[in-house]
Design a binder for this molecule. Sequence first.
Ligand SMILES: Nc1ncnc2c1ncn2[C@@H]1O[C@H](COP(=O)(O)OP(=O)(O)OP(=O)(O)O)[C@@H](O)[C@H]1O
Ligand SMILES: [Mg+2]
Length: 284
Amino acid sequence: MKFAGSDQYVATADLMLAVNASATLQRPLLVKGEPGTGKTMLAEEVAAALGLPLLQWHIKSTTKAQQGLYEYDAVSRLRDSQLSGIEGTEKVKNIENYIVKGVLWQAFEADQPVALLIDEIDKADIEFPNDLLREIDRMEFYVYETRQLIKAKHRPLVFITSNNEKELPDAFLRRCFFHYIKFPDPATMQAIVDVHFPGLKKELLAAALKTFFDVRNLPGLKKKPSTSELLDWLRLLVAEDIPTSALQSQDEKISIPPLVGALLKNEQDLTLFEKLLQMQRHNR
Ligand SMILES: Nc1ncnc2c1ncn2[C@@H]1O[C@H](COP(=O)(O)OP(=O)(O)OP(=O)(O)O)[C@@H](O)[C@H]1O
Ligand SMILES: [Mg+2]
């Protein structure tokens, strides 16, 4: 099982190495990187490339580790016990009927190896990663209600993504293989755009990429535009039929690009951009 990129997804050599290393070590791959650099898509693409079903667990601030294992649905059981006649009492007696399996359980009991994505782990509270140490390490957990030990039939290929909003505990890090997706360099970015827009005119692409990296390199931006924003912007340029000349300023200086709302997402950055342009005009 070797991952070597796909025709939808551009993987750099170090990223492929990281995916294969985590598979060899049988440890989760912890992927960090700016928003929109393809962390979530990586799991989808690796799963597709290796022919593994992908189970996804999207983490929110309220998510608890236990929800990934199982939940005991006491409310349904109470309701059933109040509403059902004699034939319903058999169901109510058996607590197993009210255990709802979580994503980890589903991954553990699958008959074939699966890929498991734990997306945006940093959204949850600090206890969340600590609560999953044993499950991730030993690939097993205990169901107290039914006194069952659930063991993984096959070790799933685990991907964990983080946007770095919170630090992860050391004990958790020890159990992962780590990879940081660096922001793509212009050549890689060109390859990514080619995947999404194979027929794009060369001049338009070159001008758009130059504008994009100019905007990204503005000092002091609050939110730098990322890969997915560039792709959105290109989609708009194509849809609106914006000519290449609208992106190129005659004197090599930066100008406000058309449809800038796809790239800059807050008023401070826009103001900063406009100020810079004013200064340029002043200096002429
Ligand atoms: N290497 C790549 N190859 C092809 N497309 C890419 C690549 N990187 C990013 N993209 C594009 O960027 C989009 C965003 O990627 P994705 O949702 O995986 O980012 P993310 O890192 O998970 O972002 P977030 O942290 O906001 O969740 C994808 O839908 C894809 O179109
Ligand atoms: Mg994501």
